[in-house]
Each structure stands twice: as C-alpha cells, then as structure tokens.
Design a protein around this ligand. Structure first.
Ligand code: AHR
Length: 641
C-alpha cells in the first residue's frame, strides 16, 4: 500500500530538472545533428583527401591531357582555412575528371527531397561546369545537378545550385565532375538536405532535433563532455572559433578520434558547423535553458592531462566572461553586437555556465577558484556548474565534493556510469544528502551499463532503463537538492560510434529511441511542479522494498497528481494507492506504462517500438486507486484532483 500525502506539498521541482547532455561523440554533430552530407568539405582533415576519391575518365580510366587536380596548402595566408583544390581544365569533357565524396558512413538521401549544393570558388578565365551526381549504394544515379561558375577574377565567390533526388538511399555517395577549360579553384564543397530543422539553410537534421524537442527538456548542456577538455589544450573546445562564417571556423581533430581501438574513427573531426550560435539557437527552439560548459585550463584527464599554468589562465577566464556577454549583452557591447551581427539581436537569457568537465584533483579547484572569483564579481546572476567527477570513485570524488561545497559551488556536476544494480541500490542516494550545504546537485551524466563502462558489449536494454527509472524516483523525491539531471551520451550512429550505451541511436535516415529514452521522456513530460511525500506501507519512501520504487508530484498548472512507480521484480503486484488530503475521487485517471517481461529486450532500428509507452485509463475509487502493477514495469499515473 502506498499513501500519497497530497496535502503536504514539499520542494518545488526545478523547471530545469530533466534535460539533455549533448556531445559530438559517436558522430553526434558532424555526421549527425549537423546535416552537412560532405565529409572533409574543405580538405582540412589530417590527410587532405580523407573522404574523397579522385575520379578519372569513366570510359578510358585515364586522365585527359592537361587536366589535373592540385591540392594547395597555404597556412601562412589562411590560418583558419588553409587548403583548397585547384582544378586545371583543358577542354576536359564531362565524366573524365572529378571527385567522389563518401559522406559520413554514406549519405542518407530521400526520394523527392531537394538537395542544396554550394561551393566557394574562383575562376580566373575560361569556361567551366561542375556536374553533380548522387549515386546509390548499388551504383545508380539518383539525382543530378549542374553548376556553372562565372568568371570571378581573383575573387572567391559562393556558388549554389539545387536538385531533387529520385530515390531513397541510406548510403549514397556524391560524384563531382569538372568540365571545360580554365583554372578553377574550389573549397567548402557542401551538400545539405532541403528538410533541415526549421528550413534553415546549412542547418541541423530535423528528425534529430525533433526527437530532442519531444523530450521537452528543461536544459541542454553543450558541447560535452571530454571534447570540452580536448586531447590536449591546443585542441580544446574554444567557442569563439565556432561562430561566424563557416569557412573561417578552424576545424580541430575530435577528441574521440583518438579513442578506442575497437572502433577506430581516424576521420573524426569537428568542423564546428554546429557552433555556439547554433547551440544557443537550438536551445531556444526546443525551449531548453542553454548550459554551456567551458574549458577550465585543463585537458582531458584520460588523454594528455595537460594543464595551463595559473599565470596563463586569464584568456580562459576572459572566454567565459565574453561568452556571457555574447549570450546576454546588449547590442552596444562588443560580443552582444557580434550576436546581433550573426542574426540574433535578442539575448539568449543565459542563466548557467559550467567550468570544467571531470577535471580532477587540487589543480581543478585552484583554477575553478579563479573562474569563480571573476565570474561572481562580474556576473553574480549566473549560476556556476562545477564538476566533481565520476561517482562513486572513493577518495578523489569525496575530496572534490567537499571542496566544492566549501566553495559554495552553485551546482556540483556528478557523473555515474554504473551497473543497473548500482542504480537500484542508490535510489536513496540523495535522501541523506547534506542539506546544510547550499550547493545543488546536477546529475550531469549517467547511464546504466549492462556490461562494463564503455564496453562494446553494453546494451540499451530494458534492464538498464528500468534501473534508471527506479533511480530517478530518488532524484525526483529529492528535488530540493537535485535540480538538474541528464543521461549521457545522447546520440550514437550505428555505423560510427565510440561509446555504448547511448540514449538515441541513429542511422543516416532515421532515429531510434531506446528504452532509456522512453524513461527520460516519461519523466520529463510528466515532471510536475512540487514534490509530495509517498510512503510505502505507511512508513518510508519505496526505495526497493518488495522491489518497488516510487515518487509523487503535484502539477499545479493542471491540478493533477503524478505518481511514478517502478516494479523491478518479475512478479505482478496488486497495489493500493491511497491519496490523503483530497476530496473524494471517483473518476478516470491516466496510466502510462513501459513494460517488458524480458529485461534483455531492446529496441532496434527495425523494431523501434519493442519498449514504448502504452496509455490506458484506470478508475479512482474513494480516495485511492487499486491497480495491478505488472512485473518489470515503470508506470506513470496522472490523477485529476
Ligand atoms: O559521455 C561520454 C563521456 O563520459 C563524456 O565525454 C565524459 O564527460 C565522460 O567521461
């Protein structure tokens, strides 16, 4: 028997309670959310022709005399975009000289959709054409277009053309053939689908943004994760390099390029087409508070662990101050004006900022104190998110948490990647949290690991999702201290991942919600506004007694009671839920259930709905509900008060 004390509302639930952790890992941004289809569009990867293949005559297999391709490298003249391709044409016929781009594990192409090609080019003299051919995996041409460059003298110009695909293919390629006479320089060869999010040119994959929007997230943390830190400090994430014209955004090797020999991705770079303006814009679009995390002067503790000396920290701190001005400053300020010039005069209303990610030890605290002093002096209105590492890792974790509390950190960012049993056993983790400290908890990264952390054997199975659901009752019951939480990582591309498990799997055309996603969505979509006590057998909260876990919330806007119950056992359990302190209830209540008998069950790209919410109506009687709680289930009950 559960008793819900609906007349004893407690802590308010933070509007930011359930959110999103985004990182460019597993082709999350380049090759994923950022809808660019051409890999290595500006030839800046370590090997200039990574992703490209040179093509010569279809008919003879030889180059026609006097035509050639030359890679020009001029870092001394163009630091951010040093390479371009020079195409020399000499009465070159179509189909005799060109390039093929393989895309990011192929290109996802949709029948009847428009594709927008663009190129930066200059043509000093002569007469040239660029022919485009989308080629399916089977080798059929499924879309073609032509672009005719004008004579531009020595001036680079952007050229564009669009065409429509005639068939769907998940793994197409793009042929680019050059025809004519003259010297044609090309750079930033780009192809975008016509159905980007909100129709923005050069924008984001709409289905991937939509599946995030469906979570109704309270916040979005970006850009990571370890990529904030970088493999070493030279390739740390620097937000100022991610805004403005895309050809000026200097790419860096992705920190995840170095990882995990079992899934080598030596072609993983960050082009920053999805940069800080786009992140802020996406947050605004999906109604989530932006939560940028910045480098604190320390590189990834799992890689070089390079540390900036304290006397060199000033530019790092300045980046943080400037970011606040970029997000919130009036258009009369330098960075506020920059935001307006980039097309967003209205401020983004930034309220929180993170400094550091999983940076451990006294060196982090030393650096954080410098950031904290400067940020609190200049911007006391901004809440600081401070990183404490991976729980439970014993002394280091305890040391950091102690130091952060002593510093009165606004938020302590705890991460946990653990076995499902850990999540079940720790549903009471925050019941005894030190409430004297003013610091609030941000459960910034967590995910149940069916095998070991980062193991290739990890699965997004129902066992992990159900354990997370049980654990989250504890986060929710303790909403006075836990004010933000996000699962991590977010996206995984089925053909290009470095980490498992992930909340959402994607291929080049589709997204696939995991059971873990469904759990997150139920929590976020049924958040409520105030915690109310829910006792089990009139005594304590359910934190595993009879394998049951529960939390209850009031939704003051809709005047509903929201009850969440996890049954982690295989047994169906007959349960009475008494609701105290309300008028008699006699009417329908809504029940939403996630359930599967088999804890190993998973959703797949082919069968994405194996574990999906099922809605039904149940009856309230008197002041309660009697219901059968199925084995291995997570139920959300909404009762009108
Ligand atoms: O979520 C994957 C990684 O796990 C993050 O980049 C890092 O913060 C953590 O170690």
């Amino acid at each position: 028997v559960f008793s819900v004390q609906a007349d004893k509302p407690g802590a308010a639930v933070s509007p930011t309670m359930w959110g999103i952790f985004f990182e460019d890992i597993n082709l999350g941004a380049d090759g994923g959310l950022y809808a660019e289809l051409i890999k290595n569009r500006s030839f800046e990867f370590f090997k200039p022709l990574m992703g490209w293949q040179i093509r010569n005559s279809k008919a003879t297999g030889t180059l026609n005399f006097g035509s050639n391709l030359l890679m020009i490298n001029r870092p001394e003249r163009a630091e951010t975009n040093p390479r371009y391709l020079q195409v020399t044409l000499n009465k070159t016929p179509k189909d005799s000289l060109g390039l093929t781009n393989e895309g990011f594990r192929g290109m996802g192409i949709k029948k009847d959709l428009r594709y927008d090609f663009s190129v930066l080019y200059r043509l000093q003299s002569g007469n040239a054409k660029i022919h485009l051919e989308l080629v399916s995996e089977k080798g059929e041409i499924i879309g073609s277009g032509v672009f005719a460059p004008k004579n531009t003298g020595d001036v680079w110009q952007k050229g564009e053309t669009s065409f429509t695909a005639s068939a769907t293919d998940p793994k197409a390629k793009l042929n680019i053939w050059f025809e004519g006479t003259g010297v044609l320089d090309v750079d930033m060869l780009s192809l975008f689908p016509g159905d980007t999010w909100k129709g923005r040119k050069g924008g984001l994959r709409a289905d991937m943004v939509q599946i995030l929007a469906d979570l109704k997230p309270g916040f979005i943390r970006f850009p990571g994760g370890c990529i904030v830190e970088g493999h070493d400090l030279s390739v740390r994430y620097q937000w100022k390099r991610t805004i403005g014209p895309i050809e000026e955004r200097k790419l860096v090797v992705n920190r995840w390029n170095y990882e995990f020999a079992h899934r080598p991705t030596p072609d993983y770079f960050q082009t920053f087409g999805l940069g800080f303006l786009e992140y802020f814009q996406m947050a605004e679009d999906i109604g989530a508070e932006p939560l940028p995390i910045l480098n604190c002067g320390m590189a990834c503790q799992f890689n070089s662990a390079e540390v900036a000396p304290l006397e060199d920290l000033a530019p790092y701190v300045q980046d943080a101050l400037d970011l606040i001005e970029f997000a919130n400053g009036s258009t009369a300020t330098k960075w506020g004006k920059m935001r307006a010039d980039l097309g967003h005069p209205a401020p983004f209303k930034l309220k929180m900022l993170g400094v550091g990610n999983e940076n451990w030890g006294p060196q982090y605290i030393e650096r954080l104190k410098i950031f904290q002093a400067a940020l609190k002096r200049e911007h006391p209105e901004i809440q600081l998110v401070c990183s404490s590492g991976i729980a439970p890792t014993g002394e280091l974790f305890d040391y950091l948490n102690g130091e952060l509390r002593a510093m009165k950190a606004d938020f302590i960012d705890e991460h946990y990647y653990s076995r499902p049993e850990w999540f079940l056993a720790n549903a009471k983790r925050y019941d005894t949290y030190d409430r004297k400290s003013k610091s609030k908890v941000f459960a910034g990264e967590y995910a149940g690991q069916s095998d070991k952390t980062v193991s290739v054997l990890n699965k997004n199975n129902w066992r992990t999702a159900l354990a997370e659901a049980a654990y989250m009752t504890g986060l929710e019951r303790n909403a006075d201290v836990v004010q933000m939480a996000s699962y991590a990582p977010l996206f995984g591309h089925v053909d290009g991942w470095q980490w498992k498990p992930n909340l959402i799997w994607v291929d080049n055309l589709k997204t696939m919600p995991t059971p873990n996603y469904q759990v997150q969505k139920l929590y976020s979509n049924h958040k409520g506004s105030q915690v109310v006590p829910i006792l089990y057998k009139d005594k304590l909260p359910a934190t595993g007694q009879d394998s049951l876990y529960a939390s209850a919330m009031l939704d003051q806007t809709s005047n509903e009671l929201i009850i969440k119950i996890v049954n982690a056992s295989a047994k169906q359990q007959l349960t009475q839920v008494n609701i105290d302190g309300v008028k008699k209830l006699d009417g329908p209540a809504k029940l939403i259930t996630l359930q599967h008998d088999n804890l190993e069950a998973e959703n797949t790209m082919e069968q994405p709905g194996v574990i999906a919410p099922i809605e039904s109506v149940i009856q309230t009687k008197g002041r309660g509900i009697e219901m059968e709680i199925k084995g291995h289930s997570f139920s959300v009950i909404r009762v009108n008060l």
